[in-house]
Write a protein that binds this ligand. Structure first.
Ligand code: NDP
Length: 284
């Protein structure tokens, strides 16, 4: 009887990548499901993305995650894009099906799932998003496509902020507006959901928090952070003091990882195993 000694290969391309915990979470999920998959955490410099994407095909990898700085620059090397990835203009996952590379963006969908898991919906809601980078783009587009009524983008760089607002107004049904982030910003009255989608507070800068007027956070407002390390960010601690409903970045990370697992393996992901693995990893 012949044996199969070849594992299915997936992984991540990024730079920096050493501290990316996704591999631990995905490998725990593969083990829990008894799947012979390996997740490789691979350092790929900016200028090497073309070669690396060709390697996905050459090595017959099942797929790859893309992180900083490749989420946009990898797009020319995939054969097909999901509708969401086309609007967002960035991909974080590629699936290789018999040599055809398909790119999608699961960051926003993972975020949305972390809300729906808590019984929170975005339909008809007023949302404020701090930041206009990759995470903010993915989250705002998915919320807009899901029926959010109004989205305020708060950003320092006017150019980057305006570009995202224009994209939301032109390509989604939501109504979007830019709030310039020059000094301390008030969260507008009537905000239902506030999201920190900046990198402020990310380890090792755990003593930092976005420069907003925390006293404008209302009790009962849903306040979310994309920061997963430390999941108990200062931003969320301030929101908790104002009796907000808080959602940390671990759920988004685990849920986008679960979506990626499903896209690669065709199987339901063991989300609880993935969340527990992350909690263990971050000692939370
Ligand atoms: P980008 O570099 O694309 O964007 C960073 C954003 O943060 C920009 O809008 C930038 O503003 C803003 N920013 C940075 N520093 C400050 C500051 N001091 N004050 C105000 N705004 C600031 O990064 P990403 O969008 O890719 O990632 C953002 C964060 O999201 C990272 O910490 C990442 O780890 C996290 N993330 C979490 C995920 C999860 O699953 N939980 C998934 C993906 C990302 P400006 O345009 O003015 O420079």
């Amino acid at each position: 009887m012949s044996k199969n000694y070849r594992s299915e290969l997936v992984g991540a391309f990024g730079c920096p990548i050493d501290e990316n915990p996704t591999g631990v979470m995905e490998e725990a999920a593969f083990r829990a499901k008894g799947l012979d998959y390996r997740y490789l955490t691979i350092k790929v410099e900016k200028e090497d993305i073309e070669t690396a994407m060709k390697a996905v095909k050459a090595l017959n990898m099942r797929g790859i995650n893309l992180t900083i700085p490749h989420k946009v620059s990898a797009i020319p090397y995939v054969d097909e894009l999901s509708p969401e990835a086309q609007i967002i203009g960035a991909i974080n996952i590629v699936v290789n099906t018999n040599g055809t590379l398909w790119g999608d963006n699961t960051d926003g969908k993972g975020f949305l799932k972390s809300l729906t898991d808590r019984g929170i919906t975005v339909e008809g809601k007023n949302i404020v998003i701090l930041g206009a980078g990759g995470a903010a783009r993915a989250i705002s587009v998915v919320c807009a496509l899901q029926g959010a009524k109004h989205i305020d983008i708060v950003n320092g760089s006017i150019e980057r902020g305006s570009e995202l607002v224009q994209l939301l107004n032109e390509k989604t049904p939501a109504d979007a507006r830019l709030i310039s982030w020059a000094g301390m910003v008030d969260i507008p009255a009537g905000t239902d959901i506030l999201v920190n989608a900046t990198s402020v507070g990310l380890y090792p800068h755990v003593d930092q928090k976005p420069n907003i007027n925390y006293d404008t956070i209302q009790a009962g407002m849903v306040v979310c952070d994309v920061i997963f390390n430390d999941p108990n960010s200062l931003f969320l601690q301030e929101a908790e003091k104002r009796e907000a409903v808080t959602v940390n970045g671990l759920g988004m990370l685990a849920n986008q990882g679960a979506l990626n697992f499903q896209l690669w393996t065709g199987q339901e992901a063991p989300v609880d195993v993935m969340i527990d693995t992350l909690r263990e990893e971050f000692g939370s």
